[in-house]
Design a protein around this ligand. Structure first.
Ligand SMILES: [Zn+2]
Ligand SMILES: [Zn+2]
Length: 267
């Protein structure tokens, strides 16, 4: 199993997972033009993607999904709540599921898990290779690590985990108090400290890569986020790598059971 982040942050998210000769995109929060450019940089044809699964209706996750799915023949999936909150999904023929349901793709199954976030019916996703049994978890846009999320992220080989903000930088940052409270709230976004605790909870020897995602550009720093999570993981059986996804450039492939990822060059 291999995984790339095409980009992650408040200006767009997309995560590509490949297993058993099949590819699924988690979120498409970039325009089709940007998606095409970033996939081309990875030498991955757009048409080779089987499906796109949307975690929730916020623009940084859904922006290009309908147009890209129509253009390249991707099956489009979203929860019923997400589809209701973003009507273009229904118009584009999205297949809907309930948060907690499992989606069967050609070579992968994708388990959805309800997340605490200020959206209609948001989910985290766990992709399992049908033949290999290898598991990748994608959990971002969550205000806290609920018991359901914690339980679902066990026994992963690859973990994409939100590390949105440093709590001190958020307090001192540029946002008005209402926005700050929303971000730090129980249905907002995970701090570095919360991400570190959750990563440590799901750490085990088989976890090859923890990829920190959705980093705030004004209230976080990739070096600070990775060092916070690394120091929590140092007290566990984890022997893998920690990296931070970039907003502007693809990163990966992160390969299950492998050493350092080969990071792609900035575009
Ligand atoms: Zn988001
Ligand atoms: Zn969101």
């Amino acid at each position: 199993m291999r995984l790339w982040t095409l980009g992650s942050g408040s200006r767009g998210n997309a995560v590509l997972v490949e297993s058993g000769g099949s590819r699924v995109l988690i979120d498409a929060g970039f325009t089709p033009r940007v998606l095409a450019r970033r996939l081309a940089a990875l030498e991955i044809p757009c048409e080779s993607i089987e499906a796109v699964i949307i975690t929730h209706e916020h623009q940084d996750h859904v922006l290009g999904a309908c147009a890209a799915a129509a253009r390249w023949g991707w099956a489009l999936y979203a929860t019923q709540g997400t589809a209701a909150a973003h009507p273009p999904l229904a118009d584009a023929g999205a297949r809907t599921f309930a948060a907690g349901a499992t989606i069967e793709l050609r070579a992968m199954t994708v388990q959805s898990v309800p997340t605490p976030h200020d959206a209609a019916e948001p989910v985290a996703l766990v992709v399992t290779g049908r033949e290999s049994g290898t598991r990748a978890g994608i959990a971002y846009d969550l205000g806290h690590a609920s018991a359901a999320v914690r339980a679902a992220l066990g026994d992963l080989a690859l973990l994409v985990l939100e590390a949105n903000h440093d709590e001190g930088m958020l307090r001192a940052g540029p946002y008005p108090p209402s926005v700050r409270e929303r971000i730090a709230g129980s249905h907002g976004h995970l701090s570095n400290r919360a991400a570190a605790a959750l990563a440590a909870d799901c750490a085990h020897r088989g976890l090859a890569h923890v990829v920190l995602a959705h980093l705030s550009e004004s209230c976080n720093d990739p070096a600070l986020a990775t060092s916070t999570v690394r120091s929590a993981l140092a007290r566990t059986a984890f022997r893998g790598q920690v990296a931070a996804a970039s907003q502007r450039t693809p990163a990966g492939p992160f390969i299950a059971g492998s050493g350092p990822a080969q990071l792609t060059l900035p575009l």
